[in-house]
Design a protein around this ligand. Structure first.
Ligand SMILES: NC(=O)c1ccc[n+]([C@@H]2O[C@H](COP(=O)([O-])OP(=O)(O)OC[C@H]3O[C@@H](n4cnc5c(N)ncnc54)[C@H](OP(=O)(O)O)[C@@H]3O)[C@@H](O)[C@H]2O)c1
Length: 317
């Protein structure tokens, strides 16, 4: 038996892939056996990302043999690659395996074969993940929205309106017309209003709640803050739901992006009013919304504690 689980990151030249590697390098129970890129294949990791100075890894074209793969690829590419991999575990960070076929086609505009994979939101129950072979990691907005709503599952029903603002790394490393610095910096704009592709995965996860979601792009690099105004419900619902969770903190004031950047933790602020309760969730889209959530899923799948390798303090300004 091997001492450590052999892991590989597919798409390590991109933002979520590089962030996943950053955390895997500090994980005590895994051995990184390789990482891939597409147009950047052949480059040393540290040449592309100087943050990794001192690591000898070279980005390969083809996935190496491994026990577990993290797929950090654009939508569509992950579904194409997955059937060719023989690892005992694949965690897909893309949207390719999160939704049943009809919802997938409607949201992503192309068909996907087969059933969706096990939805890897650790807060839906770690025991579900034990021994899983294929895990679909939630989307970044979906994570913040679902964490805010989960304690209400079965307790309220009907429509909930939410607004969320995301940083520019949410769009990946390749610039586009809407992510280019001059239109993003010092600007704030809504997009995909009432039509964001993460809404169905949240609704599937939280039960009898329908979401009217307004996503916005913000002029900062990392982080997501979602806000929703709910019927008056007490903060203790969130406190008791997350009381044993090392990766969610419930507070009685508005959460701030600065307090979760570079951190695997979500901060949920619950403000109780007379007639309504305002709930906000702040996460780092590349950590709790992608890389560290995938590693928490790996941990639970292996029967390790949820925050193994993740119990580090986030960045301070
Ligand atoms: N960014 C976020 O906050 C976030 C959060 C949660 C989930 N996600 C999802 O995670 C996935 C990766 O996102 P990202 O932001 O890391 O994207 P990204 O920065 O654009 O990185 C994409 C990666 O995929 C590789 N790639 C591109 N085209 C490819 C192809 N045709 N075949 C094989 N590899 C290809 C790229 O390699 P080269 O650069 O070498 O070409 C790069 O390594 C996406 O599906 C995204 O929706 C993103």
């Amino acid at each position: 038996m091997r001492d450590k689980l052999r892991v590989a990151v597919i798409g390590a030249s991109g933002y979520t892939g590089a962030e996943t590697l950053r955390w895997l390098y500090g994980h005590p129970a895994v051995e990184i056996v390789g990482a891939t890129a597409h147009k950047h294949a052949g480059k040393p990791l540290a040449a592309l990302w100087p943050q990794f100075y001192g690591q000898a890894l070279v980005l390969q074209n083809e996935p190496p043999p491994a026990d577990a793969y993290f797929l950090c690829l654009p939508h569509g590419e992950a579904a194409k690659l997955a059937p060719t991999l023989t690892g005992e575990l694949i965690i897909d960070l893309s949207g390719d395996h999160r939704l049943p076929q009809a919802q997938h086609q409607a949201n992503y505009g192309f068909a996907r074969e087969g059933e969706p994979w096990l939805y890897g939101l650790p807060e839906l129950g770690g025991e579900r993940l034990l021994g899983a072979a294929r895990i679909a990691n939630p989307g970044c907005f979906a994570t913040a929205l679902a964490l805010a709503l989960l304690p209400l599952s079965g307790k309220i029903s009907g429509r909930v309106a939410a607004v969320g603002i995301t940083g520019s790394t949410g769009s990946g490393a390749t610039p586009s017309e809407t992510t280019h610095h001059p239109v993003r910096a010092e600007n704030l704009r809504a997009y995909k209003v009432l039509g964001h592709q993460h809404v169905p995965e949240v609704e599937n996860a939280v039960g009898d709640i329908k979401l009217d979601f307004v996503p916005m792009s913000g002029p900062f690099r990392r982080g997501i803050l979602v806000t929703m105004t709910l019927p008056a419900v007490p903060r203790r619902l969130w406190e008791s739901y997350y009381q044993h969770n090392p990766l969610v903190r419930v507070i009685d004031r508005p959460p701030e992006l600065l307090h979760v950047l570079g951190s695997p933790r979500a901060d949920i602020g619950v403000i109780e009013g007379e007639a309504v309760t305002v709930v906000q969730c702040a996460i780092d889209n590349l950590c709790r919304g992608a890389a560290t959530q995938a590693i928490a899923n790996l941990n639970l799948r292996m029967g390790w504690r949820m925050d193994l390798g993740l119990d580090r303090i986030g960045a301070v300004p």
